[in-house]
Design a protein around this ligand. Sequence first.
Ligand code: VTB
Length: 346
Amino acid sequence: MKNAKSDELALDFLRVCEAAAIASARTMGQGDRKHSDHVAVEAMRETMDSVEMRGKIVIGEGERDEAPMLYIGEEVGGKGYPEETRAGFPEIDIAVDPLEGTNLCALGANNAIAVLAAAERGGLLNAPDIYMDKIVVGPSCRGAVDIEAPVKYNLKAIAKSLDREIDDLTVIVLDRPRHEQLVNDVREAGARIRLISDGDLSAGISAAVAGTNIHALMGIGGAPEGVLTAAAMKCLNGEIQAKLVYDPKRLSVDASKVPPVEEVHERLKSMGIDDPDKVYSTDDLAPGERIIFAASGVTDGALLKGVRFFGAGKRTHSVVMTTDTKNIRFVDTVHVEGGPDSVIRF
Ligand code: VTB
């Protein structure tokens, strides 16, 4: 992947995310999250095949036997090209979340996005689909936080890095029973909290972009979302620190609801993870040197607008970033469908 190639691929991946966003946005508010997800997956899968690459899904919709499309290990891209031509395409690992925030889309709530990250082979951690504790901060706070330190320590460090008081900070936390202690700790330290029902990936991105009035994401969400967040952090100069979580007590669930700890350890070992309690840095989660991250808004959000439909077509709002070319493009695309009389608004 030379620079020009990364740029070209970035635009291809933009199209892939746009297609997934459009398909799922059509189902907004219908109350059927599985259907919303399904159409996003189908659209993403179909568009992906037109990309000139030898792609491999490393984070997807599940294991091969549980997902018909975009399963882990699935080969994507370069469809219809002769084998000799395809052999010249770059080898790329891909992490997808065709609809991050299925519930948000089903309810028409804010911050649902269609997202993917890509890197050279081996550039994205093949994370297990379990929970992950995360702390995500922006460039000014890089190196200042420690996921193993008390919440108050981290909030003090963030406040200092941003040259403000703790009570001027806003922390995003997923609204879950498992976060009772975390929420108490943040409140006690004096920071403001925004509790969200879903979508810690777009929340993490907001934390790394100045002007969103979000200064950190803290708490336990999905590990696959953690890898995608790390890919975004590489492009935005932000930081994520993370630890896998499998202890039912920390998840505030009955032990019968999650696989036994020994089973999780075995599974992690089989995936090459020997230390289940390792602290993952941004680079551990997304070690790639050539990372592309693309996301399109499905519903309106802090950073991206949702898909708008109108007579002559539809309009999508996306962000596409690469570590290679150091470009962060906010892309507002009008997909014209009408005839020659279509009116395009600024
Ligand atoms: C997490 C979070 C996601 O779903 O995976 C969450 O990372 C699931 O958590 O952003 P629960 O099992 O507690 O519901 C999202 O919020 C949306 O997919």
